[in-house]
Design a protein around this ligand. Sequence first.
Ligand code: A2H
Length: 253
Amino acid sequence: EGVLPQEYTALKLKVLEWAPQAADAVKSKIPEDASVYLVPATLRPETMYGQVCCFVGPSLTYGVFKASEKEYFVITERAARNMAYQGIFEKDGIPEKAADIKGFELIGTLVHAPLSFHPQVRVLPMESVLATKGTGVVTSVPSDSPDDFAMVTELAKKSEFYGIKKEWAELEIFPIIQTPTSDLLAPYLVKKLKIASPKDAKQLLEAKELAYKEGFYQGVMKVGDFKGEKVEVAKPKVREQLIKKGEAFAYSE
Ligand code: A2H
């Protein structure tokens, strides 16, 4: 944990169709006319055009928390408390939990990913998702996150082992940001550092640091409303746009 608070962008990925086990877990616990969202926390809002899936920790416990009469968030209990404290929920005090749900039960749920070239993506497992950071939900952008690229590659390769449909992990990866080395920086670095799986933690950490620095300081947007602008400049603009549309909100910890 650092000394300064992290300013995350919390993105609202609306549930379009629950996986069968998740449907059982929430059945009759949420009003028919309410929307439920998975809410990943990201530090890279400008990359959201490149979302291909949404990760949860399969062994983590999530709650479905009431944000307002019409909106419920799937996040960890810890994040719900933080959000309540930050005045994000309509009602103050202890957040109201409508249902408990395990990460593995969410796998296969279909969600709407704001800004993404793939508007509909699936919830998929990632063991390395920490319960102690963000919301416990991580949106996956393999073009710009080495962790995300290593994980979707693994899921596509071993779909049977993970109990998922192969096509859920095989959505096309579009270039989002141009840097001096590549317009698909994460796949480039994963290959260059010979990262074979999400278990190669040391090389992944190195790739993550390289990608973050080069993407932020030397990246230029290749797509979207701020195409041609530097990442540094576009990042707060994309974030504001998402917040204005009601598709995201500020969350810090
Ligand atoms: B980032 P920091 Cl394109 N467990 O979003 C593991 N990782 C988590 C997490 C959790 N509970 N909560 C958030 N994260 C990820 C996009 C992205 C991210 C890109 C490139 C790099 C990157 C798409 N995934 O992060 O420790 C989320 O992934 C590299 C740092 O608070 C979030 O931003 O600094 C980032 O880690 C927050 O990590």
